[in-house]
Unconditional design. Structure first.
Length: 62
């Protein structure tokens, strides 16, 4: 009898994990593919880095 309980438990856990992953994937798709997230999360830091890296005339010190 314990072997069937173990199989049932793992099947239940597998279903729960698949459901949680499906919800997380949907939420990531909705949140991360918005234009304001792309601009503020990726492009803005890139442009800030480039503006300071290109506009700097002083030699680099380590």
């Amino acid at each position: 009898m314990p072997s069937t309980e173990y199989k049932g438990w793992t099947k239940h856990l597998s279903r729960e994990m698949n459901g949680a992953w499906a919800i997380a994937k949907k939420d990531m798709r909705i949140y991360y593919f918005r234009s304001n997230i792309i601009v503020s999360g990726i492009l803005f830091p890139l442009f800030m880095f480039l503006s300071f890296a290109i506009g700097k005339n002083a030699p680099q010190k380590y």
